[in-house]
Design a protein around this ligand. Sequence first.
Ligand code: AMP
Ligand code: MG
Length: 330
Amino acid sequence: MEKSKFMKINCHDYSHEDVVKVSSVFKKGGLVIFPTETVYGIGADAGSDAACKRIFQVKSRKQDNPLIVHVDSIDTMKKFALTEEIELLPELEKLWPGPLTVVMRKKDNICNAASAGLDTVGMRIPACDFIREVIHSSGIPIAAPSANISGRPSATRIEHIISELGQKVDLIIDSGETIYGIESTVILPEGRKCTILRPGAYTEEDLLKIFDVVEYSVPGGKVLSPGTKYTHYSPEKRLYRAERSILIKYLEEHRGKVLPIITFETHEITGGDAIILGHENDPMEISHNLYHSLRLLDSSEYEYGIIESFPHRGYFTSIMNRIEKASIEI
Ligand code: AMP
Ligand code: MG
């Protein structure tokens, strides 16, 4: 295939010409890698089976793992899903645009490939003004999973994309580093209650501003979100995890072989080579750097890594969901 085309975009300051350029790629059934506030997405027209099937092929994504559909507004969402079944939909405008995916019953204009044959669809309104403008002006809802080969850490910087998917799509839009660095929160609303199917950039506390009751889907119970049963977010090298005191002891015994991925505060105690995640009291900084840190481990000369783990509180609950899937506890 011909090499992918590139363009640089500022999500909040862009030209109409660029909107038209990107829209035309979607209209032709093309694949576009684009920025969101969470991670980079690989998108196609959510109404086109052929275009969506290409996403699965390029990512080596399992056929039963549905794609999230991005729209520009609740009005547009109404054209593609049975939004009237979501009691608190108007309230969700407090969290949208933002990193929230809401599972609802789909209409027939969302293709079967996008929904992986389910009668539901995960809907999201992303924060990047440019992408919402492309969706608005083209009238095309964009089906998009994360822009990485399945199982690998999601891409949060353009350099992560070049090596993995650089040749395999029609257009790559570079907008610098993504903000949150981990994926959206996926929820299933039922009346005034919602179930978190996948923890993510919005926390339980954020959802409690809207819903009376917020629950997590039971681990080991019926799989409500197909994607959560697969291996995810893993570096190629072996990665252990431990909380600070155990990690420090482990490092003393294995120094030279293992590369620690740790907070600034832990590094003040250990010194030596390390990948710094951020400050212990700044979970946004840590999530922002997480996947890049996992990829740095792979490109390092170290045999394997060890990553610091955190108490499951607030936003750290979502960060730990990703760390636990990427590593083995010691
Ligand atoms: P990704 O796009 O790679 O971040 O993965 C999307 C996540 O959303 C996966 O965990 C999917 O299983 C989940 N998801 C998307 N659509 C649905 C749906 N209709 N029902 C349940 N989960 C969904
Ligand atoms: Mg993904």
